[in-house]
Design a protein around this ligand. Structure first.
Ligand SMILES: C[S@@+](CC[C@H](N)C(=O)[O-])C[C@H]1O[C@@H](n2cnc3c(N)ncnc32)[C@H](O)[C@@H]1O
Length: 362
């Protein structure tokens, strides 16, 4: 997992070939798309690379950072404002990251809140990595805020923050989600924090746009698009509670009051209806009914809280007759045992489904 994508529930990185085959079957290699549950932005990046101009969104700020850095941004960062700070030439992204990797650890909020050296004894990061994260985050914010002369463009700031998010996830002492930390140090947590370039997709000339917003708001404010790709949460685990540490790292304000064993911030309206069995079906119906799109493709898991029959009914109600399809792919998922001291992985075979319909013309 050292250089892999961010560990994230529902990350579609491994399912991109499946999504690609669906796009190829639809003959879609250009046009516009919307991905309003972007998460790690893996699918948005793929769609952009595949030739589409993408509007993406998510409720979470860390997702917004990843979207801004790797989807909306279409230029390679020049870091012109860092000429007199970073000595290495050429002044590339790699050079800036090497500079940040050499930052001296500085004890700040991550160290106090999420390392065992702090008063709460939370064992998410080693004290050294936590203090490194504090130092890097503080430097990025100082370069950006103007304390250092306003040295970064907005894109450059998001690219550096994205690199910090991915680097910290690689050394987090968790089994993949932040709802708990492991009581002993795992090998990945002992490795030193190392910033690497995020997967930029630049120089395409395609205009893409990122949002931090509810999916329904993104869709309502959208002009007509060719493809609406939906990848909503499929279980009751709220992302705001499972990824609270990336969320805090991604925000530019001081940490709010944190509570409990895991240091949870207030949920701030980030609780999602898509994780609630009583509300998710209605949410899907509203989104599908209002979406100004030609094709709808929805990833959903065979264990999801919206029954497949309900998805089929909604798609058929709002789709052109005879166009609904469900494409299925089995895949093996490794689940980690959150409660165990030792990581016990169970291999489950899960069915990933792509529901497709062509939307009925108004
Ligand atoms: C299954 S994940 C998407 C994974 C993504 N396709 C990827 O490859 O990383 C679902 C995402 O929906 C977001 N989400 C949940 N409720 C939402 C809402 N009401 N509006 C927008 N995003 C929401 C979560 O924060 C999460 O990132």
């Amino acid at each position: 997992m050292m250089f892999g994508p961010m560990r994230y529930i529902g990350n579609k990185q491994k399912l991109l070939p499946f999504i690609r085959s669906a796009l190829e079957a639809l003959g879609m290699g250009s046009g516009t798309a919307c991905d309003p549950f972007a998460g790690t932005a893996a699918v948005s990046r793929f769609l952009k690379r595949h030739g589409l101009a993408v509007t993406c969104g998510d409720l979470m700020q860390y997702s917004y950072v990843l979207q801004r850095a790797t989807v909306e941004c279409d230029v390679w960062p020049a870091f012109a404002g860092l000429k007199d700070v970073v000595r290495e030439r050429p002044l590339s992204l790699g050079a800036v990251l090497r500079h940040l990797n050499r930052e001296r650890p500085a004890r700040g909020p991550v160290y106090r809140q999420f390392s065992p050296a702090g008063p709460h004894g939370r064992r998410y990061f080693t004290p050294r990595n936590a203090a490194k994260m504090d130092a890097v985050r503080e430097t990025i914010l100082r370069w950006w805020r103007g304390g250092g002369g306003g040295r970064l463009t907005e894109e450059e700031r998001y690219i550096l923050l994205a690199s910090l998010l991915e680097a910290s996830d690689r050394v987090a002492n968790t089994t993949g989600v932040y709802a708990a930390f492991v009581k002993t140090w795992q090998p990945n947590a002992r490795r030193p924090l190392r910033l690497l370039p995020p997967p930029l997709v630049a120089g395409t000339g395609r205009r893409c746009q990122a949002h931090r917003a509810d999916a329904l708001d993104v869709v309502i404010n959208l002009g007509p698009v060719d493809l609406l790709y939906l990848d909503p949460p499929y279980n009751t685990r709220q992302y705001a509670a499972y990824y609270h540490i990336p969320e805090l790292l991604a925000s530019e304000t001081p940490f709010p009051r944190l509570r409990g064993k895991t240091g949870l911030p207030p949920m701030d309206g980030k609780r999602s209806d898509w994780c609630r069995p009583g509300a998710c079906e209605e949410a899907l119906e509203a989104l599908v009914a209002l979406a100004p799109c030609r094709h709808i493709l929805m990833s959903y898991n065979s264990e999801g809280i919206i029954p497949a029959a309900a998805i089929e009914r909604i798609f058929k109600t709002h789709g052109r007759p005879g166009t609904y399809r469900a494409l299925r792919q089995r895949y093996r998922r490794y689940r980690s045992d959150l409660d165990g001291q030792n990581r016990n992985y169970r291999g489950d075979v899960v069915m990933e489904v792509l529901h497709y319909v062509e939307k009925r013309r108004p």
